[in-house]
Design a protein around this ligand. Structure first.
Ligand SMILES: [Zn+2]
Length: 448
């Protein structure tokens, strides 16, 4: 079985060859946990999840190690904790759990390991010490900066030349005056509002980029097979991860870089806008899950190839819901089909072509095991059809257990010829839009 992947670093599609097929490694930049994740974050996580599933299919479940970090120290977290008058761990634990729950609802498998930045401060300090010792970084007034002029390949991933970088580098307050040049980026900065760790270069906290370099090394090794993430992280984040890790270890940080494109919001005139706070069009995973099943959201996210822009809209969700309803109606027909290995030319092995994989789905013979296997690689159709059609209960509505109880009560009432109660229960179901289907095997129900 051969997997081809588009490698952003070389700008070409190559056959993926892991360093060690018994231990294939992938790293994905996880969330900074101080607020709810949005649907753009979900796209990056779902793309990584598909890659994880495909690698597990090819190399075996025990031979793929997937690390997705949690950034639990950051200026925004410190600011939120200060504002709410709580320790930062209170904020980070809450939002890390919400992130994990949201992604689980989208059928994302848990990563093999989920390192937290605050548990890897020692590794970050060690990396920074190496970079200073080898002349790639310098100290300046409680800060440590990476000197980009010392790394010839800086800008290779993003295509940014040093000249271009001199202009538009965004930096934290007070950093500009302390740097040798605008493109240099911070590795370590002084303590803020009581948040800091002792280090040879002064009590302080890490810059964001060094966190990933240290965690990837500690969890996966000095060189990893695949580093993935959203294209918005390519520069400066991934460029800086490469600079730090390559210079500290004298070898490439990752052999393959896989970036997913932007998710933008549809506008009425057919064009699209970036999702941004200032435009007020940010869609949170949590809010969508109130209304839609996670599989509907997941299918909607797979409706563009990962290297193309995805234009998000309510229509996309409706279309995905209708498609899943149709597929679930079909799979009601098959039971206990054995999995079959997929053909080597299955589109999912061609740079994760989910679009073509979904087309196959449409004229699926749902009685084949290969179809079932495809559904598993896409992380779709993971429910029992009965469960799917029951749908999601609305807040304040009857729970599944309450419905089951009422059905049992209705059955007893009928046996006892208590027609008044039986009619009452029928009316409750009608009001709640719950459809009962009586058959010789008993009564099943779905939300209408
Ligand atoms: Zn990262």
């Amino acid at each position: 079985m051969e997997l081809t992947l588009y490698n952003s670093l070389h700008r070409e599609k190559n056959v993926f060859t892991p360093m060690n097929p018994k231990r294939v490694t992938m790293y994905n930049c996880g969330p900074t946990v101080y607020s709810y994740a949005h649907i753009g974050n979900a796209r990056a996580a779902v793309v990584a999840d598909i890659l994880f599933r495909v690698l597990r299919h090819i190399y075996g479940e025990d031979h793929v190690v997937y690390a997705r970090n949690i950034t639990d120290v950051d200026d925004k977290i410190i600011a939120a904790a200060k504002e709410q008058g709580v320790p930062i761990s209170e904020i980070t634990k809450k939002y890390a759990k919400i992130y994990q729950d949201d992604l689980a609802a989208l059928n994302c498998l848990p990563p093999t390991t989920e390192p937290k930045a605050t548990e890897h401060i020692g590794g970050m300090i060690a990396l920074i010490e190496t970079l200073i010792k080898d002349g790639y970084a310098y100290e300046s007034d409680g800060h440590v900066f990476f000197d980009v002029s010392k790394y010839d390949e800086y800008g290779k991933l993003s295509g940014n030349t040093l000249d271009a970088l001199k202009k538009g580098d965004r930096v934290g307050e007070g950093e500009v005056a302390r740097k040798k040049r605008a493109a240099d980026f911070v590795l370590w900065k002084p303590e803020l509002d009581g948040v800091g760790w002792d280090a040879p270069f002064g009590k302080g906290r890490p810059g964001w980029h060094i966190e990933c370099s240290a965690m990837a090394k500690s969890e996966l090794g000095e060189t990893i097979d695949i580093h993935c993430g959203g294209v918005d992280l390519k520069f400066p984040h991934h460029e800086n991860e490469i600079a730090q890790s390559n210079c500290a270890h004298g070898k490439p940080m990752a052999n393959y870089w896989v970036h997913n494109e932007f998710l933008n919001m549809a506008k009425r005139d057919g064009s699209s806008d970036k999702m941004s706070k200032s435009l007020g069009n940010v869609v949170l995973i949590r809010d969508l899950l109130e209304e839609w099943d996670g599989e509907v959201i997941r299918l909607a996210l797979l409706k563009a190839h990962y290297r193309s822009e995805l234009v998000w809209s309510e229509e996309l969700l409706k279309e995905s819901k209708a498609q899943l309803d149709g597929w679930y109606r079909e799979i009601k027909k098959y039971r206990d089909v054995e999995f079959e290995p997929l053909a080597y030319n299955h589109p999912i092995f061609n740079d994760l072509n989910t679009i073509e994989s979904l087309v196959i789905f449409n004229d699926f013979d749902f009685l084949t095991g290969a179809a079932k296997q495809t559904a598993n690689l896409l992380g779709l159709l993971q429910k029992k059809p009965e469960e799917w059609f029951r749908g999601k209960g609305k807040a304040g509505g009857l729970t599944d257990a309450e419905i089951d109880e009422l059905i049992a009560e209705r059955s007893t009432a009928r046996t006892d010829k208590n027609w008044a109660r039986s009619d009452e229960i029928r009316d409750i179901f009608k009001a709640e839009n719950i459809v009962l289907e009586d058959s010789k095997d008993g009564t099943t129900w779905r939300r209408g």
